[in-house]
Write a protein that binds this ligand. Structure first.
Ligand SMILES: C[S@@+](CC[C@H](N)C(=O)[O-])C[C@H]1O[C@@H](n2cnc3c(N)ncnc32)[C@H](O)[C@@H]1O
Length: 270
């Protein structure tokens, strides 16, 4: 099976987990939405490329934006359509597709493109560069693109958050994320599907000379990755305070190194 087939198959099988993921990962979701809302114009035309089951797309649609969804996984697209129907929301389009090839979309059609998934599932730099150049091509001048990455420290954060006692069993994966910067799904590994990991210090360099000017680079769990699930049980008022704090420090080095997910937001020049 090719890497793309692994990824498609993995997300087709895990659509329910993926739908629930951003409820448990409430900081990742809340901090990322706060940054998107800071920069998005009103009534934007948005492409969510690698949308999963559409958590971001549904919220953006409910806020009055016009959203097109794409994902490798047919099951995730079907779930997004179903959830939109339940909420009486209209998605502009929702279809399967590969973020590396947007050739059916014309140049400069979108105010914003979200790429919160595809880059960290491509282990070839050439493939990741194709995603970046296709994304920029379909953006209007002055449009915004948001790209998510997974930190090479993410497996350690995740293990500390979920099951620190299992360090002996997980040490190999933690070191693989950290040092090899990639993970492949094999019959022996049940941790995650094929993925690529970055050091936070590398992200700005990836976008140098692409025609995107950095507007933000933040840690989506904002130094609190290891506390995220524990904080999820707090009453709403205290959670709101922690979210507000998380957003306020999300661009600091402590937050970049204390997060599993990292997000770069850039503006297309011209
Ligand atoms: C962890 S999920 C993230 C979903 C959502 N964007 C979010 O942030 O919650 C990663 C998603 O990216 C999709 N994906 C991975 N590689 C892709 C590619 N090359 N083109 C389109 N979708 C892709 C997967 O199918 C999956 O639904």
């Amino acid at each position: 099976m090719s890497e793309i087939d692994h990824v498609r198959d993995f997300y087709d099988r895990t659509v329910e987990e993926e739908w629930l993921r951003l409820e448990r990962n409430w900081l990742e979701f809340g901090v990322t939405k706060a940054f998107l809302n800071r920069f998005l114009p009103a009534k934007a035309r948005i492409l969510d490329s690698g949308s999963g089951p559409g958590r971001y797309a549904l919220d953006l649609s409910a806020a009055g934006h016009s959203v097109d969804l794409r994902d490798l996984s047919h099951e995730n697209i079907a779930r997004a359509r179903e959830e939109a129907g339940k909420r009486g929301l209209t998605l502009n389009t929702a279809q399967t597709g590969d973020a590396r090839d947007l050739s059916d979309l014309s140049d400069a059609g979108y105010d914003a493109v979200l790429v919160l998934g595809p880059l960290y599932h491509l282990t070839s730099e050439e493939d990741r560069n194709r995603v970046i150049s296709e994304t920029i091509r379909v953006l209007k001048p002055g449009g915004l693109a948001a790209f998510a990455f997974i930190s090479r420290f993410a497996a350690a954060h995740y293990q500390l958050k979920t099951d620190p006692a299992a360090i002996a069993r997980r040490r190999g994966v933690i070191d693989e994320f950290l040092n090899e910067r990639q993970h492949r799904l094999t019959p022996e590994t049940d941790f995650f599907v094929d993925s690529h990991f970055v050091d936070p210090s590398e992200i700005a360099l990836i976008f140098r000379d692409t025609g995107l000017a950095q507007r933000a680079l933040f840690g989506a769990e904002s130094m609190m990755a290891q506390s995220e699930w524990r904080l999820a049980d707090l009453p709403d008022a205290e959670r709101r305070q922690w979210l507000d704090f998380a957003v306020s420090v999300a661009e600091t080095p402590a937050a970049l190194y204390g997060s599993e997910h990292l997000v770069f937001i850039g503006e297309k020049s011209g």
